[in-house]
Design a protein around this ligand. Sequence first.
Ligand code: NAD
Ligand code: UDP
Length: 317
Amino acid sequence: MMHHEKRILITGGAGFLGSHLCERLVKEGHDVLCLDNFFTGTKGNIRHLLGRPNFELIRHDLVHPVFLEVDEIYNLACPASPVHYQYNPVKTVKTSVMGAINMLGLAKRVKARILQASTSEIYGNPVVHPQEEGYWGNVNPIGLRSCYDEGKRCAETLFFDYHRQNGVNIKVVRIFNTYGPRMHPNDGRVVSNFIVQALTGREITVYGDGSQTRSFCYVDDLVEGLVRMMNGPDDFPGPVNLGNPTEFTILELAEEAIRLTGSASRIVFKPLPLDDPLQRRPDITLARKSLNWAPETDLETGLERTVDYFRTVLQKT
Ligand code: NAD
Ligand code: UDP
C-alpha cells in the first residue's frame, strides 16, 4: 500500500494505546515522534521501535509548551486508569487542559490536524443507554473521578473552540474501555487486574456485586478507528464514539478470565468505588456510517491474546 509519509506526533506514545499507535504508524513509513513523560507509560512499550530511523522519542511533560514541526497530532497523553488519574488529581486536570491548550496552539501554528483521545467517561454515570454522541452526560463535577471526566470534557470544549475560533482541523474520538497487550500489570483497570489475579492464583476482586456493565474493545480495533478518524474528511470533526458495543457485566468478565486461564482463583467482592458508572455501552452507528468502522475482535479472542501477553510479562518478573 502506498502512503504519503507524514510527520506525526503522538503524545502519550509510550503508554498502552499510544505504543500500539506508534507501532502502526512506524510500520506505515511515517516519521513518528513519540512524546511522553513516563508517568504511566514505559520505555519498554516502545523499545522495539527505538532503533528505527523513522521513530523518535521525546521525554517531555505536556503541561509545558513544546515547539515542533508536524503534520498530524494524536493527543493521547493522560493517565487513563482511575488508580493513576486519582493519584495526583490536580496534575490530571493540568495534563488534560493545559496539554490540550499546548497541543492546539501547536496545531494552530503549524496547521496540523489534531485528534483528541476523549473518553466515554464524559457521559459520566449515564441515564441514556447505550450512549450516543448527542447525549450530554451525567457527570459529578466535584467527585473523585471529576479530575479525569471534567478535564476531558474541558479538553473537548477547547478542541471545538479552537476549531470555531481559529479553524483548527480537529478530530475528537470518545474511546470506550479498551484492553490488550501492554496494559500495565499494576494499572488497576479491570481487565489487567482480573487476568493478573487469575494467572497468579490470587483472589479476583470484583467491586460491588459485579452487575455493573462495560463493553470491551480490543486494542487493534481501536487503533484502526483512530487512524480512520484522523484520515477522514475535513468536515467531520466528531465527536465520535469508538468502542465495542458488546456489553458484559463485570462478574461475567471475572468468570471469563478464570475460564480462559484455567485458574483456581476464586471471586471475592469488594466495595464499589464512588461514582463508578453502573452501565456503559457505545452506540457506534456514527462510526459505522462516517468511518465505515466497527470492531472485529470478540472478547474471547482479545482476552486470549492479552492472557498470552501477561503470561510472558509475569514469567520475566
Ligand atoms: P496509559 O496510561 O497507558 O497512557 C497514557 C500515556 O500518557 C502514558 O504513556 C503516560 O506516561 C503519558 N502521560 C501522562 N501524563 C503526561 C504528561 N503530563 N505529559 C506527557 N505524557 C503524559 O493509558 P491509555 O489507556 O494508553 O490511554 C491513552 C489515552 O486514551 C488517554 O488520553 C486516555 O484518557 C484515553 N482513553 C483510554 C481508554 C482505554 O480504555 N484505554 C478509554 C478512554 C480514553
Ligand atoms: N473493577 C472491578 N475489579 C477490579 C477493577 C475494576 O470490579 O479489580 C470494576 C470497576 O469498579 C468498574 C469496572 O470494573 O465497574 C471497570 O473499571 P476500570 O477501572 O477498568 O475502568 P472504568 O470503566 O471504571 O474507568
